[in-house]
Design a protein around this ligand. Structure first.
Ligand code: FNR
Length: 185
């Protein structure tokens, strides 16, 4: 079984990106397990609290999940044409201490998708992740794009993905990404 860790970058209960990640978990190809990670409970990065108390529990759990996973799927909202602080904060914490980057991130295949009620499908947020993914030595996948726009119509009130064309796109994205993960494994 190929395990992939998925992280959605929103704390909102009715987050479209969390909904997209849940949908993705049900659309992965057979033989793949997309584990839904959480950024809840991660404090703002503070070097003093790191020195005094080490790495917070929710961060350690995500690092362990990612170390044991064959790939990472980031499901990113877009804030002011870039990535949201809460998700960048989580990734920054996960890159601590720097010696762990080698086992947690280096060489890891990474897919990025995202949802917005807006028209551009998080294209700018997804691009904004690229320097971060490069800094961590990951291997981002560029085979297919997955930009989900008009998210308020694509998901119903309960967060279920109800747009068949978008579901097909997500499925195609995941099939390609998992194939990429297998090739690198
Ligand atoms: C946004 N939103 C937004 N959307 C977009 O497509 N491009 C953008 O640049 C921005 N900028 C932005 C800034 C801030 C501060 C907020 C709070 C929101 C709208 C955003 O896509 C929307 O709130 C989504 O619903 C956020 O994702 P979740 O929480 O639904 O996953």
């Amino acid at each position: 079984m190929t395990r992939i860790l998925g992280i959605a970058g929103s704390l909102r209960t009715t987050s479209y990106n969390a909904a997209l990640l849940r949908a993705a978990a049900s659309l992965v190809p057979a033989g793949c397990d997309l584990v839904v990670g959480s950024i809840e409970g991660i404090p703002l990065y503070d070097g003093d609290s790191e020195t005094a108390g080490g790495i917070p529990g929710p961060v350690t759990r995500l690092k362990e999940h990612l170390s044991g996973a064959a790939g990472l799927l980031l499901v990113t909202p877009e804030y002011n044409n870039s990535m949201p602080g809460v998700l960048k904060n989580a990734i920054d914490w996960m890159s601590r201490p720097p010696k762990d980057i080698a086992t947690v991130f280096r060489g890891k295949p990474v897919g990025v998708m995202g949802a917005t009620p807006g028209a551009m499908g998080t294209v700018l947020a997804q691009s904004a992740w690229l320097p971060v993914l490069r800094a961590l030595g990951t291997r981002p996948w560029f085979g297919v794009n997955c930009y989900v726009s008009g998210a308020d119509k694509v998901f119903d009130k309960s967060g279920k993905l109800v747009d068949a064309a978008v579901a097909e796109r997500v499925k195609k994205y995941l099939a390609g990404f998992v194939e990429f993960v297998h090739k690198l494994d």
